[in-house]
Design a protein around this ligand. Structure first.
Ligand code: HEM
Length: 129
């Protein structure tokens, strides 16, 4: 299914969880400074980091601890409590693209990851503005 889901084979290619945790650290360091996104997140970002890392490990073909701990991903439903319009989506994608750029292990997978996050983030939009 690689042609249909290239993101789903990234874990096997990278072969380690470490870059996923590095990516999430880099991403949330940017969120911490982001005036559009920071207000949407709780004060303590530690659980959000853990959940995003485990979700990405699972979604890219690694261990399925995310679903064991959190249940079915239902990402769109889980994001409904937060107002996500185009502006929030674009800020999220910009920070994630920068975080990918700061994680050298992902350099060969940059394009696949950027496409995946771009589409996924658009799907999270739940507000007209
Ligand atoms: C489009 C803009 C997005 C915004 C503004 C946003 C915002 C948020 C917020 C505020 C939370 C809750 C954090 C917490 O309670 O600790 C969250 C959770 C989460 N988000 Fe996003 N998000 C966006 C897109 C995405 C995308 C594209 C992905 C994945 C590719 C993603 C994956 C997750 C995951 C895995 C969680 C944790 C869910 C859980 O198990 O509770 N988000 N997001």
């Amino acid at each position: 299914m690689q042609a249909l889901d290239p993101f789903g084979s990234i874990y096997a290619k990278v072969g380690s969880e470490k870059p996923f945790f590095s990516l999430v650290e880099a991403f949330y360091a940017l969120v911490e400074q982001d005036e559009i996104l920071r207000p949407l997140y709780p004060e303590d970002l530690t659980p959000a980091k853990e959940h995003l890392a485990l979700f990405l490990i699972q979604r890219s073909g690694g261990r399925n601890t995310y679903s064991l701990e959190r249940g079915h991903p239902r990402m769109r439903a889980r994001h409904m409590p937060f107002k996500i319009g185009q502006k929030e989506r674009d800020a999220w994608v910009k920070n994630m693209n920068q975080a990918i750029g700061e994680t050298p292990e992902f350099t060969p997978h940059k394009e696949v990851m950027q496409d995946f996050f771009s589409e996924f983030a658009t799907f999270m939009i739940n507000q007209p503005h």
